[in-house]
Design a protein around this ligand. Sequence first.
Ligand SMILES: Cc1cc2nc3c(=O)[nH]c(=O)nc-3n(C[C@H](O)[C@H](O)[C@H](O)COP(=O)(O)O)c2cc1C
Length: 333
Amino acid sequence: MSTDAAIRAADTRAEGRALSAAAATAGHAPSIHNTQPWRWRVAGNELDLYLDHSRSLEITDPDSRFGVLSCGAALHHALVSLAAAGWHTLVVRTPNPAHPDHLAQVRLDHRIPVTPAAVRRLHTIALRHTDRRPVVSAPVAADKLHAIVTAVESAGAHLHLLHPNQVYDLATAVDHAQRTEAAEVAWQAELAYWTGGTRPLGTGIPDSAIGDRAPQTTVPGRDFGHYGDLPISEAHENAATFAILYGLEDGRLDWLRAGETLSAAWLNATELGISVLPLSATIEVAVTREHLRRLLADLGHPQLVLRFSTADPTGAAAPHTPRIPAEQVIERA
Ligand SMILES: Cc1cc2nc3c(=O)[nH]c(=O)nc-3n(C[C@H](O)[C@H](O)[C@H](O)COP(=O)(O)O)c2cc1C
């Protein structure tokens, strides 16, 4: 092999390694019920992202809105990994209208300098997690909320921070949504399939991440239909800030963008010492989704409700949820 050919072969191997590492890092992304509904394909200098229907929620998420949103979060995680490896990328979202489950194609474009901020962001991925514990009493500082709103806007979506009296409207809507879902046997069965126990297959929400009793709240958290092992204190969530992540339209591309934005905002929040809890029940049920749209004064389409709170200063965190081994979701051409 000539020297040029050997250099090209080494470059191709390095590109493949960077893309595989990005897809593996993306596995840490948050997803509804920890379904991890993504599949990756590495080919040359390209990485393709697909929605995997074998891990989607047929009853809770018949349109795949949350599946696509979860894939958007994974896409953002992959891009964080590539930036920290010194790659500028070109991304085409929903590249193939004939195959709507092909959600994105990422191409390595050229090398860029690695910044400390990019490396820090990559490390933050391992620290981020869903926090279902009660909120500590210190409210989130206004400048930190402002930083998160800015992160959301620059990632292409919008965040409406709820006024305290709108929080009661939200609480009513969550209660209505959860009652509607709990009345459906098929919905309960799907929830039971994905939550509870120890989750040896690497998907779903284990009991270690579900409260051992109902926390004191104005806005109810997800009703998992049973209690888990996560110790819950007497604290109330009065100090939390609730927000609605929204987009201007309501199609696949908007859901994908909402997921990328969720990841950007959540990693930013983690670096600022702010806990995040997504609440999707009101968006899952059409009537309450419409209710939230009115709460937004028709500014846009609600994609996800988020609870922000000051992270527990003791540093104690809920245990991390399991993940599917990377080799099960990454195909190499
Ligand atoms: C689109 C979406 C919707 C979610 N909805 C809820 C929810 O309603 N209640 C909840 O407790 N967690 C919710 N979560 C958090 C997931 O359960 C969590 O991301 C997943 O179990 C993985 O755990 P981790 O975030 O700690 O890594 C949601 C996450 C996503 C991405």
